[in-house]
Design a protein around this ligand. Structure first.
Ligand code: UDP
Ligand code: MG
Length: 321
């Protein structure tokens, strides 16, 4: 079975178009499916519309959230409740074309990989601002996470149930899936598609939500900013030492006011010392943070990719156990 997870927030304008395009694609698939719509605390008519659609679309399931939890959290809810053997996540605004799902499934089944990323080959329908910020974001995150992150792969992706389960076992709550999944090193393929423009309604990602996603992405993959104080402290000590020599020379040659030398040296050193200890504190906070995230130190590769038959067998055993 295929599960299609759709987080949606105030999408009453886009929803009818979305359903109209998605349903024929899914009805044509050679396998059963479910569409799991996560209503992320919408305040418009999205909830009513979904409830109405339930009566004439038997494969539709609705998971309403009491309040707006945010895109990634809504995705988490959807992944937690999906029942399929394959799970694809897609936006409700038709920016991710539904017909690509079929291609993703073909690729996954043919190659035996765990993840198929939808990669935006053409972002010309996005604003210039969005393209520039996206470029900066993917570059910075590649450096912070230290893993290959497929560029311009957003949250349109297909995953196997076992991969979804493995991601679900992570301890951290603030999950940025587009980074965590590449980080976990699943075998993957990519499928390119043309990013279309939003079919109706406005983007639900205003600048402050984008900034929050960027901050969450960065801090969940690096504690480098906490070390910054250490380097300032070290730099302070070096500068202060040179300055102290100069101040002592000035003192010896009598070019100072009484008391100036000792004051200047003490202030400089105390400042450097404070940064150093702040950095030291930061090192421990960083350790507490990473211990709390409790990411696995390694990811065992349970399914050799060259043997799809064996993979299917172990999946079956896993389920009967
Ligand atoms: N979304 C959500 N909760 C939010 C914000 C967005 O579930 O708090 C959904 C939204 O309905 C859409 C998807 O996440 O299905 C992507 O959002 P959007 O298309 O507005 O983002 P953009 O394409 O502008 O980056
Ligand atoms: Mg969109």
């Amino acid at each position: 079975m295929l599960s299609v997870v759709v987080p949606m927030y105030n999408e009453q304008l886009a929803l009818p178009h979305f359903a109209e395009r998605l349903r024929p694609v899914l009805d044509d698939l050679p396998m059963p499916y479910e569409v799991l719509c996560v209503d992320d605390g919408s305040t418009d008519g999205t909830g009513d519309l979904l409830r109405e659609m339930l009566s004439h679309w038997p494969q539709l399931r609705v998971l309403p959230l009491r309040r707006n939890a945010g895109h990634q959290a809504a995705l988490t809810a959807g992944l937690d409740h999906a029942r399929g053997d394959w799970i694809v996540s897609i936006d409700a605004d038709l920016q991710d074309p539904p017909h690509v799902i079929r291609e993703m499934l073909d690729v996954a089944q043919r190659t035996g990989v765990d993840v198929v990323y939808g990669v935006r080959a053409d972002r010309s329908t996005d604003t210039r601002f969005k393209r520039v910020t996206a470029g900066l974001y993917y570059g910075a995150m590649r450096r912070a996470a230290g893993v290959e992150i497929p560029r311009h792969a957003g949250d349109f992706r297909l995953m196997s149930a076992s991969a979804v389960r493995e991601v679900g076992r992570l301890h951290e709550r603030g999950r940025v899936y587009r980074l965590l999944i590449p980080y976990m090193g699943f075998r993957y393929r990519t499928v390119e598609y043309r990013r279309e423009s939003r079919v109706a309604g406005d983007s639900k990602y205003p600048v402050h939500k984008m900034a929050r996603l960027a901050a969450e992405s960065y801090t969940s993959f690096t504690t480098a900013p906490l070390r910054f104080a250490t380097w300032l402290g070290v730099l302070g000590f070096v500068l202060c030492s040179t300055f102290a020599v100069a101040a002592l020379v000035a003192y010896a040659t009598g070019n100072t006011l009484p008391g100036w030398t000792s004051f200047a040296i003490v202030i400089g050193f105390v400042g450097a010392l404070q940064f150093l200890f702040l950095g030291l504190l930061g090192e421990y906070v960083a350790r507490i943070y990473t211990e709390m995230q409790a990411r696995p130190r390694y990811f065992t590769d349970v399914h050799p990719p060259d043997d799809p038959a064996r993979q299917a067998r172990s999946e079956r055993e896993h389920r009967t156990r």
